[in-house]
Design a protein around this ligand. Sequence first.
Ligand SMILES: Nc1nc2c(c(=O)[nH]1)N[C@H]1C(S)=C(S)[C@@H](COP(=O)(O)OP(=O)(O)OC[C@H]3O[C@@H](n4cnc5c(=O)[nH]c(N)nc54)[C@H](O)[C@@H]3O)O[C@H]1N2
Ligand SMILES: Nc1nc2c(c(=O)[nH]1)N[C@H]1C(S)=C(S)[C@@H](COP(=O)(O)OP(=O)(O)OC[C@H]3O[C@@H](n4cnc5c(=O)[nH]c(N)nc54)[C@H](O)[C@@H]3O)O[C@H]1N2
Ligand code: SF4
Ligand SMILES: [Mo]
Length: 653
Amino acid sequence: MAAELRRTTCSRDCPDACGIVAKIEHGEVTSIAGDPAHPVTRGFLCFRTSRYPDLAAGPERLRQPLLRRGGQLVPVSWEEALATAAGWLRTVRAESGPEAVFHYRSGGSLGILKQLADLFFDQFGPVTGKVGDICSGAGEAAQIEDFGTSDSNALLDLRNSRHILLWGKNPTVSNTHLVPVLKEAKERGAKLVLVDPVWHRAANLCDERIQPAPGGDFELAMGIARVLFDRGWVVPDAASFCDGLPEFEAMARSRSVAQWAEAADVTTEAVESLARKLHDGPTAILVGWGMQRRVRGGAIVRALDALCALSGNLFRSGGGCSFYFKRRKAFAPFGPAVVPPRVLREPVLGQDLLAATPKIRLMWVTAGNPVAMLPDSTTVAAALDAIERLVVADVFLTETAKRASLVLPVPSLLEDDDLLGAYGHHWIGESRPVVAPPPGVPHEVEIFQDLARRLGLSSYPQGSIDDQKRVALAAVAPMGLSLEALREAGGTVRSPVSGPVLFGHGKVLTQNGKVQLLREEPPAQRDAGLAPPSLPGGSAPLWLFSNSTEKSQASIWSGAGLGDHVWIAVHPDAVPGIPDGALVRVASRRAELLAQLRHDNAQRRDAAVMPKGGAFERGHAANALIEARATDLGLGAAYLDCLVTIAPVEGRD
Ligand SMILES: Nc1nc2c(c(=O)[nH]1)N[C@H]1C(S)=C(S)[C@@H](COP(=O)(O)OP(=O)(O)OC[C@H]3O[C@@H](n4cnc5c(=O)[nH]c(N)nc54)[C@H](O)[C@@H]3O)O[C@H]1N2
Ligand SMILES: Nc1nc2c(c(=O)[nH]1)N[C@H]1C(S)=C(S)[C@@H](COP(=O)(O)OP(=O)(O)OC[C@H]3O[C@@H](n4cnc5c(=O)[nH]c(N)nc54)[C@H](O)[C@@H]3O)O[C@H]1N2
Ligand code: SF4
Ligand SMILES: [Mo]
């Protein structure tokens, strides 16, 4: 039988939402590649998803529902699984009210139809919900405060930039399809600057590299602001479109450029160079997600927003301060917004679960692995273990699924059927099953349709998956983006509700149409009060970066994975006498783990870098070391406000 090519869209939690072309032979996916016709994908996929077919065929793939009996997870029929789930939901609601049920949904699939899981729990309850957003909470809240929305100029508008500032961003690893756009901009003469305490491969793309102190971006931004004010580089009409200009100016002028530079641990030349680049625009600031995962993260993003506005780059093509692309903007919601009876805070979920009174008796996890991915894994794991009924819907047997009372398999990203918006560009995509899921595995929406029938939720939508897609596209279908139009176009269409420039007319979307400038200095980064224990032969406290790695999507690893030990990369001067490759103790205030040391001369001497998605049970999870703390805005998680010490393993070195 000849090979057949089938198209879909990647639904992983990634800015790129790639078009995928799958090669099918004898009913199986033999390889996948990037869609050459997709304007952002341009024919290539990342490391982790190119290898996804192996993962989906591997031993961790869930194929049957599993029910805990006598302490073991045993395979059961779908009928038994769904009858059990419905029975538990009914009983807990009858005995303890809907607030005893908690639905936790994360970003394992960004499919728009995943919101039908939320609709189910809204109609069944409403149940206890989560507030906050550990991924982008602080940054989005900052931009909403300043601009009234968090969205971006069109991705390809970067072709019009004279300078591009990659601020705490590593596109090579976590936004791969931005790289060709950056290269194109360079070919047109744009200059690129990287501002990141960590040295990574994206540095090779850049003309200038600045490695500020971790979290020192606020001071760096204020130094730049001071230069803009001193040189007359603040646009003359700034007061007409900004609120808070006198306060912001006073803050910038409260220290000299040299003082700000010193506090950020950069040279005054670096500060001046960045100010000059903002003045010599159009200059785009591309704000990464890393630095907003700090207690002062919201204030840092607000400071960058202010630099963009005051230097005259906010309203112009080639400019903008881009953090996020509003991926749901084109889609209609499936139901009205519902006020939950109570909420738990995502960044401190373990603590909030343990403290909840009355207790959470049933927790349903959709598309998340909180044990590995939320801060303070030990507390999260203990909180999950204390719940009477934990239901986990996932593609793989994750560390969260292993703790469940009931595990429900769902289609993999190559078997799913959904709609996708992207948070790194403005194209809309359709995902279509390129192969069938394992026998009996329903579409995730069909799980909720079945439960709704069992529980008598008569207004839960019971139509086909295509019907649900049409509901989601209702607002944009009259603008030419119907399901049929999407299919005719090969599965990808540019969103009709996003233009080339986000704020074209000198106005933002705040209540009074003016940019709201940051008015107050946030507490110093060093006030974090997170000193690690002192260990014999241990290093000075090092800031722990738990960054994305090419080989994993959060906790889901492709290829060989981490092996026996998680790695930690540091400058050799930070760990005098400990050789490259040695096994070391890594200790924070919360916990300690073993890691394999990697010497890296390019890193700052106060930084240590680990992958973000290591397994908790194997002692590979950065999140075991990280304290659960919320950010200043948006209830994000301050993952990066973590100090560790690195010490030799006694008797081994
Ligand atoms: N391969 C891969 N790609 C992914 C993911 C993945 O797990 N693997 N995850 C996806 C997800 S969920 C998201 S939200 C996105 C975004 O993910 P990001 O968090 O943007 O991705 P990272 O590549 O970890 O980049 C964060 C960068 O911020 C830097 N940083 C940290 N603290 C500071 C600071 O104080 N100042 C400055 N200037 N920089 C700082 C880090 O050193 C790092 O280089 O990526 C997505 N892409
Ligand atoms: N230390 C540290 N921790 C971090 C970060 C960091 O930078 N440092 N980054 C944070 C960020 S940005 C994020 S977004 C979170 C990510 O945290 P999570 O969203 O919990 O990340 P994953 O481990 O990818 O878990 C998603 C799960 O969804 C499953 N899944 C995929 N598709 C579907 C589906 O269609 N239905 C269902 N039911 N399940 C599906 C996947 O198999 C996977 O197990 O991690 C955060 N944790
Ligand atoms: S994970 Fe991101 S880069 Fe990789 S295929 Fe999916 S959308 Fe593309
Ligand atoms: Mo994320």
